[in-house]
Every structure is written in structure tokens, then in C-alpha cells.
Design a protein around this ligand. Structure first.
Ligand SMILES: C[S@@+](CC[C@H](N)C(=O)[O-])C[C@H]1O[C@@H](n2cnc3c(N)ncnc32)[C@H](O)[C@@H]1O
Length: 367
């Protein structure tokens, strides 16, 4: 054991001294594991310290081991991040346990749209597929927006909030950031979903039924995966209501788009809908801070979201069952005719490939 050296490190320790300057940067491969079945940790193997590895480690807390000139490091995941992991796991399990007891064999793959969101098994299917990934995207978007925010009140309107995935992200971001963030939030949807955050302020309304007053003091308008479901007419009307109602000097939009490949801008769906509002505001006394209506963010690392977000996890035992759904479907209950024709087949989103969002800032010009 004499050839094992252990170094405790945290954000204050300068480990650059151990850096091998000749090593080129490369990805760091880490595995998650539960230390003594309790504490969630990462173990990563590195052969030397490149600059990239240094900057990665500098923001962590954990131990480095050197065994026969090979370095291993174990990162203790922060308590705050672990709480998000636990939340995501528990929320997914709650939905899954209900899903198992529903007549899911009646589900068909088609029809995840506004005509079907009232159906609870469709909601479960949607949430099992998207909740953890979309939570991660909204967490990113809110952290980018609110990173530099201090002592400011944000009034946030989330249009098409569904079960409020973005509200869950916002509340977790607030807890983790430990900043004094003051905001109001109102989720709007024409359907009241199950599995809502119990404290989420909610207004049941169609977009076309909103009036100008809804937008008076609003600082942030969120479109969480709804834009493809709104018509050009609805977007034009919405733009008019924002223009006539809004009084805020600065107005932000968080637009979350549906895409089949975020690296390919031709697959970003709904951006043309936002352009309608974007152009109308610019024609009417608003300046767009980054001068383009169609820019968006996506994760450069398109591998698993657990590579880029230490909190991300999807329970393996649920994936194992979901994988088998197409096979088990027809066996579920042969006496139900619909089950015999069942074609349910889906897989949860676990990578950054399907995540694309935009943050736009408008400033109202002085008259
Ligand atoms: C794809 S879901 C997105 C749900 C959730 N925001 C998310 O991030 O997963 C679109 C949501 O927009 C709502 N929606 C669609 N058209 C609407 C309209 N005209 N008025 C109000 N809500 C609408 C649907 O009911 C649904 O909840």
C-alpha cells in the first residue's frame, strides 16, 4: 500500500503544481457510484493533469489517489446537486409507478399533442420520456438568465407550462444558487396537468384568451416547448397583447424548442413562431440585445446528460422496463382488444441531442 498517495482537494487547493504540461487535453471519463451505498460520488481516471482536467477538478471537492503513477480522483457530489438527483429519481418513480397501473397498453405512439394531454397515461408517457431532460434544459436556461441577477424582481410567465417542469427547475436553481432571488411565477396552460409542483401558481387559459393585462409587469416570458403548437395568428395576436400591455423596460424570452438534432439548425422547430414576436417587437420600439431572432443554445457535449450535469440521473430499473414495453405490451392483457394492437415504444431522453433553447433580451426604447 505504500505506493498509494492520497491528496484531499477542494476548490482552494492549487493542484496545478502536479500538472504535466506536455499532456494534451482530453475528455474525462467518470463513473457514478454510491460510496457505502449512501453518498453519490464520481470516480474518474486520469493519467496526468492537463489544463482541462485541472480546471474541472478545481471546481470540485474530493480526493485524488495516485497508484503506481496513475491518478484517480473521486469527486464528492455537492449536497445541493444530490438533492436534485434524488428529486429527479423520486419524481420519475412516482410517475412510473402510476404508469404501470394504468392501461398503458392502450397507448399508441402517435398523438403526443394538445388533443391528448388530457389523458393521464399520455401525460405519464410524456413525463417519463422528457421530464429529466427538459428539467435539465430549463435549469440551464434559468441559470444563464439569473446568474448575474441580484436585488431584482422578476415576474415570470410560463406559457404552456404543462406540469410545470420549468417551475421545478427554477425552484431548484434558487435553492442551489443560494442567491437572494425574488421572482413571481405564473404558469399558464389550457390543460391542468397531473404531477404539477404543488406550489406552482397556475392559470388555466388558452393563449388566445389571455388579455393585455396579463403582460403588464412581466420581465420574462417562457415558451417551454409550446411554440410548435401555436398558429401564426395566435403568435401575431400575442405580440400585439405584449406590445399593448407590457410596461417593463427589459423583457426576456426563454424559448425552448423541439428538435431531433440540436447541432443542426434546420431541425429546430418553432423558431419561426418566435420570429413573429421578435420582429413585431423590433418594429415597435424595442431593441433586441443580440440583434438576431433565431440564435439558440445547445450543449456542445452531446453525450449523456450525466456527463455535463452532475445531478442528472435516470433510474436504470425504469429504463429496463421501458425497453421491454413493446414486447410486454401485447402480453399485458390479451382480453383487451386494444392491447393486442398495442405499439407503444419509446425511450427516455438521456442526451443533449434533443435540447435547444434561446434567451432573448429586449429593451424598450425611451420615447
Ligand atoms: C409540449 S407540451 C409542453 C409542456 C411543458 N411545458 C414541458 O416543458 O414539457 C405543450 C403544452 O402547451 C399547451 N398548449 C398548447 N396549445 C395551447 C394553447 N393554445 N393555449 C394554452 N396552452 C396550450 C398544452 O396543453 C401543453 O401542456
Amino acid at each position: 500500500m505504500s505506493n498509494i498517495k492520497s491528496f484531499r482537494f477542494n476548490t482552494k487547493v492549487n493542484i496545478k503544481r502536479k500538472c504535466n504540461e506536455n499532456t494534451t487535453d482530453k475528455d474525462i471519463l467518470c463513473y457514478r457510484y454510491y460510496h457505502e451505498l449512501k453518498e453519490l460520488c464520481y470516480i474518474c481516471q486520469i493519467d496526468a493533469f492537463s489544463n482541462k482536467q485541472n480546471s474541472f477538478i478545481e471546481n470540485q471537492d474530493g480526493f485524488i489517489y495516485e497508484i503506481n503513477n496513475i491518478f484517480y480522483f473521486i469527486i464528492n457530489k455537492g449536497k445541493e446537486m444530490e438533492e436534485i438527483t434524488t428529486f429527479l429519481e423520486e419524481h420519475t418513480k412516482t410517475v412510473f409507478n402510476d404508469f404501470k397501473n394504468e392501461e398503458w397498453c392502450e397507448l399508441q405512439n402517435n398523438g403526443l399533442d394538445v388533443e391528448h394531454y388530457n389523458d393521464i397515461s399520455k401525460q405519464q408517457y410524456y413525463l417519463l420520456k422528457y421530464f429529466p431532460a427538459y428539467f435539465t434544459e430549463y435549469y440551464n436556461a434559468y441559470s444563464v438568465l439569473l446568474k448575474n441577477a441580484t436585488n431584482k424582481n422578476f415576474n415570470i410567465l410560463s406559457i404552456g407550462c404543462g406540469s410545470g417542469i420549468d417551475y421545478y427547475s427554477l425552484e431548484h436553481y434558487k435553492r442551489v444558487s443560494k442567491k437572494e432571488l425574488n421572482y413571481t411565477y405564473l404558469g399558464i396552460d389550457m390543460i391542468e396537468w397531473n404531477y404539477e409542483h404543488p406550489d406552482m401558481p397556475f392559470l388555466m387559459s388558452k393563449v388566445s384568451d389571455l388579455n393585455e393585462k396579463t403582460f403588464v409587469d412581466i420581465d420574462v416570458i417562457v415558451f417551454p416547448k409550446i411554440l410548435t403548437e401555436l398558429s401564426n395568428d395566435e403568435m401575431n395576436e400575442l405580440a400585439e397583447k405584449i406590445l399593448n400591455g407590457n410596461t417593463s423596460k427589459e423583457l426576456y424570452f426563454i424559448n425552448s424548442y423541439i428538435t431531433s438534432d440540436a447541432t443542426d439548425n434546420t431541425t429546430i422547430k418553432g423558431i419561426d413562431k418566435f420570429e413573429i414576436i421578435c420582429k413585431k417587437l423590433q418594429e415597435n420600439n424595442y431593441t433586441l440585445a443580440d440583434d438576431k431572432c433565431n440564435t439558440y443554445h445547445y450543449l456542445k457535449n452531446q453525450k449523456g446528460l450525466s456527463n455535463t450535469h452532475s445531478f442528472f440521473n435516470y433510474p436504470d430499473e425504469i429504463i429496463d422496463v421501458i425497453k421491454e414495453l413493446p414486447t410486454n405490451c401485447s402480453k399485458f392483457d390479451n382480453s383487451i382488444e386494444k392491447c393486442q394492437q398495442c405499439n407503444i415504444s419509446f425511450y427516455p431522453i438521456l442526451t443533449g441531442k434533443y435540447l435547444a433553447y434561446q434567451i432573448s433580451k429586449f429593451v424598450q426604447n425611451d420615447n
